[in-house]
Design a protein around this ligand. Structure first.
Ligand SMILES: C[S@@+](CC[C@H](N)C(=O)[O-])C[C@H]1O[C@@H](n2cnc3c(N)ncnc32)[C@H](O)[C@@H]1O
Length: 278
């Protein structure tokens, strides 16, 4: 059985298609390129071709170097129409990230900001991104991450926190031991029944260390992997607790969003992976 049934995928696509306010909120939150976007944009050069994966209303088109060929790619028609209305530069393509309609090795970089947690088949989407980038080109990602097993996106019912934490911890330990690739998925995100709050539509519980390991296995070199704090580090007992958990190698970059830069090598592999519903 697919971890996210076709019916729920359709309902999610309907949500993105019907919700202009979702993109208006994003636009209001992005009056200028945030520090993490700036880091990613710093890898781009004039003359390059860039696909922005899960581009929304193409805010990033405002900040890429002017000489770049920007291609916004998203599953939402509403978002792409908004980008047109707002006169964003570049071209737009509608589709699902699990199957990118671009030739292999045809672009210099795939940029993806705040969309990693929305890909219903993250393994396939990341392999697609790697496929279309030329050798030496970059994957430039930032977005929400929940590296610790007890952290979870608002798309999951908070009443299931303990059950989810135990299940995720088990999967972390297993993945640490057997080295296999596993992506945690949310089969029925709360946005479908309870309306929208940020990340109530997340379907991939992004864990940055798993993503890094998967990209390495696919033939990419990790150039940067950081966590971007949501706020100042707490002091006292909470600060010490964080420091202690960060001693565990898997959780070194726990708390905050993730920023990941990977460079494609000459050859790609297609590591197998499992999609595991929570
Ligand atoms: C939170 S928005 C991010 C928008 C923009 N990148 C930004 O930085 O503000 C997530 C976007 O991912 C898109 N998305 C979700 N699933 C997708 C998929 N399978 N393929 C392509 N785009 C997808 C949604 O339509 C939405 O526009």
């Amino acid at each position: 059985m697919a971890p996210i049934a076709d019916d729920n995928r359709r309902r999610l696509a309907d949500f993105w298609d019907s919700s202009r306010s979702y993109y208006e909120q994003a636009a209001a939150a992005n009056p200028e390129a945030s520090p993490e976007r700036q880091v990613l944009l710093g890898y781009l050069r004039d003359g390059q071709t860039i696909v922005d994966l899960g581009c929304g209303s193409c805010e990033n088109a405002l900040w890429v170097p002017r000489g770049c060929r920007y291609i916004g790619f998203d599953v939402s028609t509403a978002a792409l129409v908004m980008a047109n209305e707002q006169g964003r530069p570049g071209v737009r393509v509608r589709g699902d990230g699990a199957l990118l309609p671009f030739a292999s090795e045809s672009v210099d970089a795939v940029l993806s900001t705040y969309a990693l947690e929305h890909f219903h088949d993250p393994g396939r989407t990341f392999l697609e991104a790697a496929r279309i980038v030329r050798p030496g080109g970059y994957l430039l990602f930032t977005g929400s991450a929940w590296d610790l097993p007890y952290e979870m996106p608002p798309s999951l019912d908070p009443g299931r926190r303990l059950e989810v934490a135990v299940r995720r911890l088990g999967r972390h330990l297993l993945s640490g031991v057997d080295g296999r690739h596993r992506f945690d998925t949310v089969p029925e995100p709360r946005v479908l029944t309870e309306g929208y709050v940020p990340d109530a539509d997340a379907v991939h519980v992004t864990q940055s260390w798993l993503l890094v390991r998967f990209l390495r296995a696919a033939g990419l070199e990790i150039v940067e992997h950081r966590s971007l704090p949501h706020g100042p580090e707490p002091g006292g007992a909470r600060g010490l607790y964080r420091k202690a958990l960060r001693l565990v190698p898997l959780w070194r970059r726990a708390w905050g969003n993730t920023l990941l830069v990977a460079r494609r090598g000459p050859e790609l592999s297609t590591p197998s992976y499992e999609l595991l519903p929570l």
